[in-house]
Design a protein around this ligand. Structure first.
Ligand code: NI
Length: 280
């Protein structure tokens, strides 16, 4: 291949950071999504080779729990969170909670209950049902002594009220893709919660997130992609996968004026503290 055509080829690929020397984790991704159907096996191999040595696949409904179970069984570095997303609770019955319980106890690599929470932006499910099933799944997490992975969109106060109530019963977890203000972030951190930081950190006009990341100690942050969505700059708009984590880590390092190595070292340790996952 000539030099010119190699360059053209590269132009069609996604940008990748130069240094893949470190190992890191993706605390929130959806590899069961149909957007990964075409190349899931080769992609997961590439993800591991790029240095991402632990991912948590977050289920969103019962079908997705089944797919997450299969992914965990197939790939040693894939862990799972079992739960039903607020978008998908509308069809659930109380009996389905039994099924979530069964999935949550189906495999030793189930490390969390998630993705659960409240989404008042789309309101795909009635709000009272969202609240009921969020509470039920928090109670399940407490019963199983597992952390929760929380989704919250335009439901800042209700999410905080529910989480802080259960935090009194020793619930822990992560507020994924955190976009609230610094004051609320500090309250979550005081309760022992972590904040998930992903591609949005690299978007323009995200002052609140930048301030939160700058001020909140690294010991309370987790790296995430939320793939296939929310790819960071320079891959914004493309399908997102765990190989984009270094762009987020780089941005955190800049904001905190520390090395990328330090970002990985501390966030990897956070993965072990919260989920019991050793990233190596
Ligand atoms: Ni998600």
């Amino acid at each position: 291949m000539s030099e010119v055509s190699q360059k053209e080829n590269r132009g069609n690929e996604e940008a990748r950071p130069v240094d893949n020397h470190f190992v890191f984790a993706d605390s929130h991704i959806h590899y069961d999504d149909p957007k990964f159907d075409q190349d899931r096996d080769s992609l997961l191999k590439a993800v591991y080779e790029a240095g991402c040595h632990a991912v948590i696949n977050c289920a969103t409904d019962l079908k997705s729990c089944e797919k997450t179970l299969k992914l965990m069984e197939k790939y040693p570095f894939v862990y799972g969170a079992m739960g039903v997303h607020p978008h998908d609770v509308k069809g659930l019955t109380v009996d389905d909670l039994e099924e979530i319980f069964a999935y949550a106890t189906s495999h030793p690599k189930v490390v969390a209950i998630g993705e659960i929470g409240l989404d008042y932006h789309y309101d795909f499910s009635p709000r009272d049902m969202q609240q009921d099933f969020f509470c039920e799944q928090c109670e399940l997490a407490i019963e199983l002594e597992k952390p929760v992975i929380v989704h919250s969109r335009e439901a800042v106060q209700d999410t905080f009220d529910i989480v802080s109530e259960y935090a009194q019963a020793d619930l822990t977890g992560v507020i994924h893709s955190y976009t609230g203000n610094l004051e609320m972030a500090e309250k979550y951190v005081d309760m022992g919660f972590y904040l998930g930081i992903g591609g949005m950190l690299t978007f323009p006009d995200v002052k609140k997130i930048l301030r939160t990341v700058k001020e909140i100690p690294l010991t309370s942050l987790l790296l995430e992609t939320d793939g296939p969505y929310l790819a960071p700059v320079p891959n914004r708009g493309k399908r997102n996968d765990s190989r984009n984590i270094p762009f987020v880590a780089q941005k955190i390092a800049e904001l905190k004026e520390i090395s990328v190595e330090e970002v990985y070292r501390v966030t990897n340790a956070n993965m072990e503290k919260l989920f019991g996952i050793k990233v190596r």
